[in-house]
Design a binder for this molecule. Structure first.
Ligand code: SF4
Length: 435
C-alpha cells in the first residue's frame, strides 16, 4: 500500500522503446550504496564489460558515476542496446537513476507529482502506455522518497513573497488551465503563453499577505480575465525583442544546446576551446551560426538515422518568420508545458530553487528557444517553414538541459532570467520567434 499520494499526468504516454539514448547520452550518478552493490555483482570481461577501465569513476569531489565505453555508451550497455545489469540481475539491480528516467518525481505539499524529461524521443512523440495507468510508479516513488523528507516548504511565489502550498497550487492550476486550447477561445499557444506572462507581471506587483483563500480565487479570476481581454485573439502586435534581450536569449540557448556527455566532459583542451568559441559566436550573434551535431538518439528518432546535410546559415537568417504557430507545434508545446507545470518541474527544488514566477519565465523561454533552434535546423536544410521533426528534435535536445544543466542554476544563469523578466523581454521573445 503506497504511503504517499502520487499525481500522474493524464495527458502523456510513455513506454521505453529501447533506443538506448539515455544509456549513451547521460551521465549516471550512483550513490555509495549503489556503487557497493555493483561492485558486489563482480563484473569481469567474461560478462562483456570493458576490462581497460574502472566501471565506476569519481564525479566531482564527492560523487560517483558509471563509466563509459570508448564510443560514449555506458560500460554496462551491450551490443544489442540492452543493459547488462538488467539482463543478469533484473531491473531492480540497476541504479535508481536508470530506473526512474525519463520520469522526474517532485514533492508537492504532502504528496508527490510526476513530470517527464522530453530528452527521451518517446516522450516527445507521446509513444506508449498512458502514464496515469502505470501503477508501478507508486512503488518506484516510494523507493525514491524512502527515508527522505517529502514535506518541503513551497517555492516562493516571487522574490520574498511566500504562500502556503494550498494557495501556491492555485497559481499552478490556473497557469496550467490557461495553456489549454479551447474551442470557445480559439487562440494559438503563443497567445495563451503570452497572456500568462502578462498576468504574472501583475502578480509580481501585488502583495498577497491578506489575499488568501476565496479572495485569491477572485484575484486570479480578475487577472486572467484582464489578460484575455487585452489579448482577445491571434491578431497581436508582435514587438521585436531588444538587442540586449536577444543577446541574453542566445546565451541561454547556447547553454541549453550544450550536450555534456562522458565524451565532452573528458574532452581535451582543443574540444573545450571549440565550446568556448561557440559560446562567443552565440554572444556576438553575427556571421554564420556554428554547426552543432544532434545527439545520436535524436538523429535516430527524428532523422531516420541520417544526419541531414547542413547548409551554412547566418544569425540574420533566423530573424525572418518561419510560421511556428501550426496546430501540430502548438499541440506538442502545450503538452510539454502542461507536463512540466503539473509535475512542478519549473520552480522550487526541481529548477534551482527558483520562485514560481521566475521558474515559469525560465520554462516560457523554452518556447522561443525550441523554435529558434528549429529555425536553425529548418534553414540549414533549406526549408522556409518549420517542419515538426525540426521542432521535436530541438525540444529533445534542449530539454536534456532544462532544469538540469548546472550552468543554468548558477547565479548568473538565474540572474539572466530575472533580467529578461524585468526588461519585459520574455513575452517579446515568445511572440517574435513564434511567427
Ligand atoms: S546501468 Fe544499464 S540502464 Fe543504466 S545507463 Fe548503464 S546500460 Fe543504461
Amino acid at each position: 500500500m503506497p504511503k504517499t499520494t502520487l499525481h500522474l499526468p493524464v495527458i502523456q504516454n510513455w513506454s521505453c522503446h529501447n533506443c538506448g539514448g539515455c544509456c549513451r547520452e547521460h551521465l549516471i550518478e550512483v550513490t555509495a550504496d549503489e556503487k557497493q552493490r555493483i561492485e558486489r555483482q563482480r563484473w569481469s570481461s567474461a560478462d562483456g564489460v570493458p576490462s581497460d577501465r574502472p566501471l565506476i569513476v569519481r564525479h566531482g569531489n564527492d560523487a560517483w558515476r558509471l563509466n563509459h565505453q570508448q564510443d560514449g555508451a555506458c560500460v554496462f550497455l551491450d551490443d544489442k542496446g540492452l543493459c547488462r545489469i538488467h539482463g543478469k540481475f533484473g531491473e531492480a539491480a540497476k541504479p535508481l537513476a536508470c530506473r526512474v528516467y525519463p520520469y522526474a518525481v517532485h514533492p508537492v505539499s504532502s504528496s508527490l507529482t510526476v513530470s517527464l524529461r522530453f530528452s527521451c524521443p518517446s516522450v516527445v512523440q507521446n509513444l506508449g502506455q498512458p502514464v496515469h495507468e502505470q501503477k508501478w510508479l507508486n512503488q518506484l516513488s516510494e523507493e525514491i522518497v524512502s527515508g527522505k523528507r517529502t514535506q518541503l516548504a513551497p517555492p516562493a511565489l516571487y522574490g520574498g513573497q511566500q504562500l502556503d502550498w494550498e494557495d501556491l497550487l492555485k497559481f499552478v492550476a490556473v497557469i496550467d488551465a490557461s495553456l489549454v486550447h479551447s474551442s470557445t477561445d480559439d487562440v494559438t499557444f503563443a497567445v495563451r503563453l503570452m497572456r500568462v506572462l502578462s498576468w504574472l507581471e501583475l502578480v509580481e506587483e501585488s502583495r498577497f499577505d491578506t489575499v488568501r483563500g476565496k479572495r485569491l480565487d477572485d484575484y486570479l479570476d480578475l487577472v486572467t480575465r484582464a489578460a484575455r481581454k487585452a489579448q482577445p485573439d491571434n491578431d497581436l502586435p508582435v514587438l521585436k525583442p531588444s538587442r540586449m534581450g536577444r543577446l541574453i536569449f542566445r546565451l541561454i540557448v547556447a547553454q541549453l544546446l550544450r550536450h555534456d556527455t562522458a565524451q565532452t566532459v573528458s574532452a581535451g583542451l582543443r574540444a573545450r576551446a571549440g565550446l568556448f568559441r561557440t559560446g562567443v559566436k552565440f554572444t556576438l550573434g553575427k556571421g554564420t551560426v556554428p554547426q552543432l551535431p544532434e545527439p545520436p538518439s535524436v538523429v535516430t528518432a527524428f532523422r531516420d538515422g541520417k544526419a541531414p546535410n547542413q547548409q551554412r546559415i547566418s544569425f540574420a537568417d533566423l530573424e525572418r518568420p518561419f510560421e511556428g504557430r501550426t496546430p501540430e507545434i502548438d499541440e506538442l508545446m502545450t503538452r510539454y508545458f502542461r507536463v512540466k507545470i503539473q509535475g512542478m518541474h519549473f520552480c522550487g527544488v526541481a529548477n534551482f530553487n527558483m520562485s514560481l514566477v521566475d521558474g515559469f519565465r525560465s520554462l516560457a523561454l523554452m518556447y522561443p528557444a525550441v523554435l529558434w533552434v528549429a529555425r536553425m535546423k529548418s534553414a540549414a536544410a533549406g526549408r522556409e517553414t518549420l517542419a515538426i521533426p525540426d521542432v521535436q528534435s530541438a525540444l529533445a535536445t534542449l530539454d536534456h538541459n532544462f532544469a538540469y544543466s548546472p550552468a543554468l542554476g548558477t547565479k548568473s544563469g538565474t540572474d539572466r532570467i530575472r533580467i529578461l523578466g524585468r526588461m519585459q523581454q520574455v513575452t517579446r521573445l515568445c511572440g517574435w520567434y513564434s511567427l
